[in-house]
Design a binder for this molecule. Structure first.
Ligand code: MN
Ligand code: MN
Length: 455
């Protein structure tokens, strides 16, 4: 595998694609923001809400472009193919949720005239990485009157930021002896939000001040936290990384580094024979459960609606459409890190700059929990990538028994479809700031276009 940068005489297209991605990353810090922004991009490319077709029983015709918004947290984009749906679909999948700190349902308290928000971490994090960095609060507060307040605090230059404190080194003698897992207890990831008392109240005047500000700016009461989803995420925009600007440094690249290519690839294809799908799901980082995760039947349900609108529903068409499909589960893989070479097996590792990484299997231990893609299917994928001059590599996540991970691929494989994981290699996975290579992002988009056009 050659370094993919060497393919390009002119790197402008690679850099331009990365600029679009940087904007997407900076705008989309939560699953909800990803869905909203993706709908905006899709609508600009002619996609319409499938609900209009369902409500008015409008027939879906070849090359019609529709999307299904599932609770604002997961999204399915379809380009209707000319062939019968039972021939199968060509599907790109990725997840829109990322590790973060969720604000608890009863979060606000005061301790010695400091107001704090209590959090519950979401996904796999090293807790010590989340202290002493600027955090922003993103989310929704749903009020009893049925209205929803959108919150983004900490992204505008003039906004305040919040954060989690850490023990000063001078008093950390005992802390420094602790196991990394316990250095910062997850329950202690409390976010400082204020220190100025409101004039008047005797008790908890700092907390009262924060509440007064929230009331004034957003019209929300303390009780409204009960029905809120507020996520604390690293504040600020994604940046170019490296003196040569070859990489991107930003929050949430697992898995928006695959979401964006899967979205933009779909925008490049017209008049497909097979029905094409980009499937963006929530809750991957916590096991894909809930109504917006991949284990939910929402995809099957909306596919049933699509079949009904396109050619009339029957159960066997639905079953065949699913089992005859071919899918790439786009998820990030671990990029080699020269600071920690000991965890990688060099022949089977993904490297920054060497293109899209194909993972035949994920899982842990003896491939436990893995979707182990069929060799026949890998041969097909490899042929398509080669025919389109895509830079690709294969990898698994670290040495045997060093750790592991999972994706959504084993869930979609339950339908009997062909599926393999392939996406962008990322350094610092699950850290507040992750690193990807611009050329890998571009190669991944090119790989996804080739997949949509040829499979
Ligand atoms: Mn992932
Ligand atoms: Mn992950």
């Amino acid at each position: 595998m050659e370094n993919a940068w060497k393919k390009y005489e002119d790197i402008q297209e690679v850099m331009n694609f990365a600029d679009g991605y940087k904007n997407y990353l900076s705008t989309c810090k939560t699953e909800r923001e990803c869905v909203l922004e993706t709908i905006k991009i899709a609508e600009a490319h002619g996609f319409k809400n499938i609900q209009e077709y369902i409500d008015n029983r409008i027939q879906l015709l070849p090359n019609d472009k529709v999307y299904y918004n599932n609770y604002g947290k997961s999204l399915v984009l379809f380009i209707v193919g000319s062939e019968p749906i039972e021939n199968g679909m060509t599907i790109l999948g990725a997840h829109v949720d990322s590790p973060r700190l969720d604000i608890k349902q009863n979060p606000l308290y005061e301790e010695q005239e400091i107001a704090l928000l209590d959090t519950h971490y979401y996904g796999g994090i090293k807790s010590y990485q989340w202290t002493t960095i600027p955090l922003a609060l993103h989310g929704v507060v749903c009020k009893k009157d049925g209205t929803t307040v959108q919150i983004v605090i900490g992204e505008d230059e003039n906004d305040p930021v919040v954060g989690v404190s850490d023990l000063l080194i001078h008093l950390a003698k005992r802390q420094m002896k602790k196991n990394a897992r316990e250095v910062v207890e997850k329950e202690d990831l409390n976010i400082t939000v204020g220190s100025m008392p409101l004039k008047g109240p005797e008790k908890d005047a700092v907390k009262a001040h924060v509440l007064a500000l929230l009331k004034e700016k957003y019209g929300i009461e303390e009780e409204d936290f009960t029905s809120a989803e507020i996520e604390a995420v690293p504040a600020g925009k994604a940046r170019d990384y490296g003196l040569d600007r070859s990489m991107i440094f930003g929050y949430g690249q697992d898995d928006r580094a695959c979401v964006y290519p899967a979205l933009m690839a779909l925008m490049e294809v017209e008049n497909p024979a097979k029905t094409l799908v980009t499937l963006l799901v929530d809750k991957e980082e916590v096991g894909s459960n809930g109504a917006t995760g991949m284990h939910s039947k929402f995809f099957e349900n909306i596919l049933a609606e699509l079949i009904w609108l396109k050619e009339g529903f029957n159960e066997i068409k639905l079953r065949r459409a699913l089992s005859n499909s071919k899918m790439i589960s786009g998820d990030v893989s671990a990029a080699f890190d020269p600071n920690y070479p000991q965890v990688f097996e060099m022949k089977n590792t993904a490297f920054l700059g060497r293109g899209i990484s194909i993972n035949k299997y994920t899982g842990r231990g003896g491939k436990s929990g893995a979707n182990d893609a069929n060799a026949e299917y890998l041969a097909e994928i490899r042929r398509v990538f080669d025919e389109h001059d895509v830079a690709w590599q294969t990898s698994e996540i670290g040495k045997v028994d060093e750790g592991g991970g999972g994706t959504i691929s084993y869930i979609m494989a339950n339908y009997g479809m062909q599926i393999v994981d392939a996406g962008v290699p990322v350094q610092n996975m699950h850290a507040p700031m992750e690193v990807s290579s611009k050329v890998d992002l571009y190669e991944t988009k090119q790989a996804y276009v080739a997949f949509l056009k040829e499979m």
